[in-house]
Design a protein around this ligand. Structure first.
Ligand code: PNS
Length: 162
């Protein structure tokens, strides 16, 4: 049984992320979507909301689990008995940062491989930041995120502007 970990901030989970989850299941038997608190990025959504939304989005996908993790990713991966990390790569602009992270993680655990997957080209420009900007400016969201994610973002911005 090959277990993969798909780590990220998921603030919020987008259709691009779900596309990567589905592609990962072609490579791994089981996938854990692992959500980092990542306070450095000052996420818009609390960790509990990010986990809840990722669970909603993946509820019909077999062999997918969602949980949060704290501390070093490599330690979490080892604890979960996973063999690989999944990262989505959209464009050359993603490459440098992803390359650094993959090499650092391999330095920390030489058994750990990072597998890069490309999302469908219709999501190649999509980022959580773009989705948040759209939500802040009351733009259309359903094309880019699950309807429950869209609702949550709208509520969050409404609360912030109250
Ligand atoms: O979705 P993101 O923000 O690109 O995800 C980044 C993430 C969560 C994968 C990265 O920040 C991470 O691995 N955080 C856990 C702490 C860690 O292990 N850091 C060292 C590797 S960069």
């Amino acid at each position: 049984m090959r277990i993969g970990v798909y780590p990220g901030t998921f603030d919020p989970i987008t259709r691009g992320h779900s596309d990567i989850v589905m592609r990962s299941l072609r490579v791994f038997d089981r996938l854990i979507v692992a959500i980092a608190p990542n306070p450095r990025k000052e996420p818009l959504l609390p960790l509990a909301d990010r986990v809840e939304l990722a669970k909603i989005v993946t509820k019909d996908m077999p062999n997918v689990e969602v949980e949060s993790f704290d501390g070093l990713l490599v330690n979490y991966v080892r604890r979960r008995g996973a063999q690989g990390l999944i990262r989505g790569i959209r464009a050359v602009s993603d490459f440098e940062h992803e390359f650094q992270m993959a090499l650092l993680n391999r330095k920390l655990d030489e058994q750990l491989e990072t597998v890069f997957l490309m999302p469908s080209e219709e999501y190649s420009y999509l980022t959580s930041s773009i989705v948040k900007e759209l939500a802040m400016l009351k733009g259309p969201l359903e094309e880019f995120v699950h309807p429950e994610v869209a609702d949550r973002l709208r509520h969050r911005y409404r609360d912030l502007h109250r």
